[in-house]
Design a protein around this ligand. Structure first.
Ligand SMILES: [Zn+2]
Length: 136
């Protein structure tokens, strides 16, 4: 399956990290881990910039993360104009920083740095796949 299945608007149909979609279809969020240095990348990368000859393994983002920072988007980029306002965040899952949206079901006044979040997959209109962060 091509990468066009990812997100509200996907700007690429082919990518070296297409397995990301396969994980989303299984309800899982995944990152890549360099086989040589062990660095973990999210969004996933197929090539480690520190170890050009190394391959990567896929690892699942599981458990509970801590909200590191967030911001509310009121002016959406192309394709996201009708989706505002929404909240973008970074959550730390045991050292792996996951960037993504916070569920619209979490009210802004209930969103606090340090709170526990988990990552869940979501199916958007048209069957597109994505993920979001929800309270744990
Ligand atoms: Zn590496």
């Amino acid at each position: 399956m091509g990468f066009e299945k990812f997100g509200r608007i996907s700007f690429a149909s082919q990518t070296k990290v297409g397995d990301f979609i396969d994980y989303l279809e299984k309800g899982e969020l995944a990152a890549t881990k360099c086989q040589q240095c062990g660095r973990v990348y999210f969004p996933p990368r197929s090539d480690c910039p520190w170890c050009p000859d190394s391959a990567v393994d896929w690892i699942k983002i599981e458990g509970t993360g801590k909200l590191v920072t967030f911001t509310k988007v009121h002016y959406g980029p192309t394709g996201f104009e009708d989706d505002t306002p929404y909240t973008l965040a970074v959550a730390d899952f045991n050292g792996v920083k996951v960037f993504g949206r916070i569920s619209k079901e979490l009210a802004e006044e209930d969103t606090t740095v340090g709170m526990d979040l988990k990552a869940v997959t979501v199916t958007l209109l048209g069957g597109q796949l994505s993920y979001e962060l929800v309270p744990a």
